[in-house]
Write a protein that binds this ligand. Sequence first.
Ligand SMILES: Cc1ncc(COP(=O)(O)O)c(C=O)c1O
Length: 435
Amino acid sequence: MSGTGAAQSLRDQALALDGADELRDFRAHFALPRDAAGAELAYLCGHSLGLAPLAARARVLEELEDWERLGVLGHEHGRRAWVGYAERLAPLLAALAGAQPGEVVAMNSLTVNLHLLLASFYRPTRTRYRIMIESGAFPSDRYLVDSQIRWHGLEPAATLIEVAPRPGEELLRMEDIDAHIGAAGESLALVLWPGVQYRTGQAFDIAQIVSSAHCNDTIVGFDLAHAIGNLPLSLHDSGADFAAWCSYKYLNGGPGAIGGAFVHERHGHDARLPRIAGWWGSNPATRFEMGREFELTPGAAGWQLSNPPVLSAAPLFASLELFAAAGMARLRAKSRSLTAFLQAALRERCGDALELITPAAGEQRGAQLSVRVRGGSERARRAFVALEQRGVVADWREPDTIRLAPVPLYNRYLEAWRTAEELAAAMGAHAPAAP
Ligand SMILES: Cc1ncc(COP(=O)(O)O)c(C=O)c1O
């Protein structure tokens, strides 16, 4: 097929798929970024910052109005009394986390939450003290485990275990994760693992990692920054000890939005677990008696420190209501199909000029495709800049990788088609792939 013919047929396919998409109306609930001339951008960056639900503005304004109208009385008499604000987010988040409502809490931000959880779950002893992460861990996760290790007076070099892909490979193999857990044996105190790896987009089998860690009597927690709202999760059934996430990526909670945390119910009632405590984790029924003793609130809510940031939590309601209406099963089905369509379109339009880093199999990834632009970092960077100038919003990871996320809640197949076209043009690589 000629380049033009291939483009036409891909575009027709995209239009037909958009027409048949039962979730297509959800796009109208989001603000769609435009360029300076007012033309719609193809926004494939929901893995970094999700788009604004249109209802977010009204949600925030309602809280501002209640503050203006009621002052401090808004805590009790606001339309959504602020005193129970975080509690009302919990069931909506729990549905996405595959957790019981009491196992989930909305609070703080991701790195803060992981620190709070490690304060409880990383309790090194003389014999069991090591932490395992993946070698490509997000820098904040690396800094946090490094600092936790030092906090306990230990040396990271002798304490941190890093699992790397095999030489020449990009992705991690479950058998290598297992082997590292087995090799560390009873020295391994804690595994901190991503649900989806931020750079490669590789999704991990959470239940399998939990099972492997627990067979070794090791605590296991997850950074779900790139997993929540992207993949269906079953945190409770998986038996994971804890998890945390941010809400500004697939959850569309807005820049710096309130984060979330999961603590399995078997730990939630354990008053002996040491924790970094604050008044918002103390029993809500007696909290305002201002007593001297901390009275543990059972469940994940017991890890709260402070009263919730209402203005940064308000937009999340708007988004989570859309998730509840769309349903994670339908979103996942569209996500698989839309991502596979983008993959096929990139292959057809960009051919071997791109290398797909993300797993090619749909069940091993979410909505993100990471592609390496062949020909060196400089060429890759130029292609990324040209892609941006052509109206596609993606993001860049050094030295040569572009990350693209077609998000099922608001992206169309036509945008996936457009992205492949524009990337091909940006690279000057119109030649179709060899059959
Ligand atoms: C995988 C991962 N972990 C941690 C973080 C840090 O998040 P925060 O700034 O909310 O603490 C990010 C932010 O993008 C991330 O992608």
